[in-house]
Design a binder for this molecule. Structure first.
Ligand code: PLP
Length: 451
């Protein structure tokens, strides 16, 4: 329990200066970027460089599902560090074995084998490679308005402007339009229409690209940073049917939606479907030590019984990361965090956001499940004109972000959306405080509404 002292604040200022001198930050123009210093974290709260206490409704890129500095996980990392800090992937390590067992038990169906990576992007890279080797087919289908990671192939399957900006080599990737009712690509006005039309579009894409050339379809079970647009009823079941029908490996990217975030251990549980490969990271150990992985079906595993898998990572199944995963999963089970995530979504966040939508003309749409929600801001509810373009920013969104911080929140703002993604074990009182801060900031957004 670090005290906020003048020394701690002074150390934060030194760190900020050194950062500006020497740290190269992700996704930023380095010149104007002024990162926030964090000098302390605890539970659902962080303290900025001035010592101000902020409610962390971002969960640090939707990552700290168990909140900051969970004592059981901190203790497990310390205990692991005191025995074995690192062991190469070809050796057995008890933390890795136990983490793999727990994850295999939690993932649906016959996803019983776990390949560990360092994070989400490399999990997707490896899942696609497994699918390509298993099927002998190269093409990969992926959705527009998606995010799958910042490395070469992961950013290529990503369907947002970050792909266009950072890479232009397609490497066999073909994009299709997802089911997204609020901004339907198919002019749908009902969920049923959207499901039917989006699936027809997907089947047409498969047929026209040639099923004999498509190895995998990678899809976020609930697209996260692209907008937390929960698929309409029947869509994911339909995707599972189409991929099975055409011999395409279905890779469910659960890097953000998994590990209780969406009110179930995995978002695919909402539809009772089992993908052939499921990728995870973030919530597996709340990011206390970097870890990701691929859960692999028995069928795909069999391909590699006699044939070597052509890939690996020095830190695959790192003991510190796996010890953190074991402790995280056990804490989530003991403290019933997944059930709590579902309850918070159904009883507090959902009803509160519905009220905010009725009250604020700047709110175009609210949607989500569990502790995974988006508030989509518009300048006009009729035309649904976004308050910032997809992939961009605007003075209006900058003002809203400023208002959220001023109200006392560390928010997750993406383009024209505010994401409400608290830790799954946030207290009801803290969550209500955060929603009141949101209400306050939305009045600023209302000022940018046009007729
Ligand atoms: N997939 C999804 C759905 C994500 O949200 C992210 C990160 O936000 C990634 C993959 C990439 O994960 P990482 O940043 O750990 O490489």
């Amino acid at each position: 329990n670090t005290e906020i002292t003048a020394e701690l604040i002074a150390a934060g200022k030194v760190a900020h200066e050194l950062d500006r001198e020497h740290v190269f930050h992700s996704w930023q123009a380095q010149g104007p970027f002024d990162p926030m210093t964090i000098i302390k974290t605890e539970g659902s709260w962080v303290w900025d460089g001035e010592g101000n206490k902020l409610l962390d409704l971002s969960s640090q890129l939707v990552n700290t599902n168990i909140g900051h500095q969970h004592p059981k996980v901190v203790a497990a990392i310390q205990a692991q560090a005191a025995t074995i800090c690192t062991i190469a992937p070809q050796h057995v390590n008890d933390a890795r074995s136990e983490a793999a067992k727990l994850i295999a038990e939690l993932t649906p169906g016959n996803l019983n084998k776990i390949f560990f990576t360092n994070g989400g992007a490399d999990a997707n890279e490896h899942a696609i490679r497994m699918a390509r080797v298993h099927t002998g087919k190269h093409k990969v289908l992926a959705a527009y308005r998606s995010y799958h990671g910042g490395t070469h192939l992961a950013v290529n399957v990503t369907g947002d402007p970050r792909r266009v900006a950072s890479d232009n080599a397609t490497d066999g990737v073909v994009h299709f339009f997802p089911a997204y009712l609020y901004r339907s690509y198919f002019n749908s006005t009902t969920e049923a229409e959207e499901t039917q039309r989006a699936l027809r579009h997907l089947e047409d894409t498969i047929i026209l690209e040639g099923p004999s050339s498509i190895g995998a379809l990678v899809l976020e079970s609930i697209p996260g940073s692209a907008g937390i647009y929960v698929p309409p009823t029947g869509y994911m079941e339909g995707v599972r049917e189409l991929t099975s029908k055409y011999g395409i490996i279905l890779i469910a990217d659960e890097v953000m939606a998994g590990f209780g975030r969406a009110g179930q251990w995995f978002a695919v549980n909402h539809w009772n479907i089992t993908p052939d490969l499921l990728t995870f990271a973030k919530g597996v150990n709340s990011g206390y030590v970097p870890l990701g992985g691929v859960a692999i079906s028995e069928e795909i595993f069999e391909t590699f019984l006699q044939r070597p898998y052509p890939g690996g990572l020095t830190y695959s199944g790192h003991p510190l990361a796996c010890a953190a995963a074991v402790a995280t999963i056990k804490a989530m089970q003991e403290e019933r965090m997944v059930e709590n995530s579902a309850r918070l979504g159904a009883e507090i966040i959902g009803p509160a956001l519905t009220e905010l939508k009725a009250k604020h003309p700047s709110v175009g749409d609210v949607r989500g499940t569990g502790c995974f929600w988006a508030v989509e801001l518009v300048t006009n509810q009729e035309t649904r004109e976004p308050m910032a373009p997809y992939g961009g920013s605007s003075p209006a969104m900058a003002a809203v972000t400023g208002a959220l911080k001023k109200a006392g929140m560390l928010p997750f703002v993406n383009f024209n959306r505010i994401h409400v993604v608290p830790p799954l074990n946030i207290s009801d009182a803290d969550l209500r405080t955060g929603l009141a801060m949101l209400d306050e900031a939305l009045s600023v957004a209302d000022g940018f509404v046009t007729d």
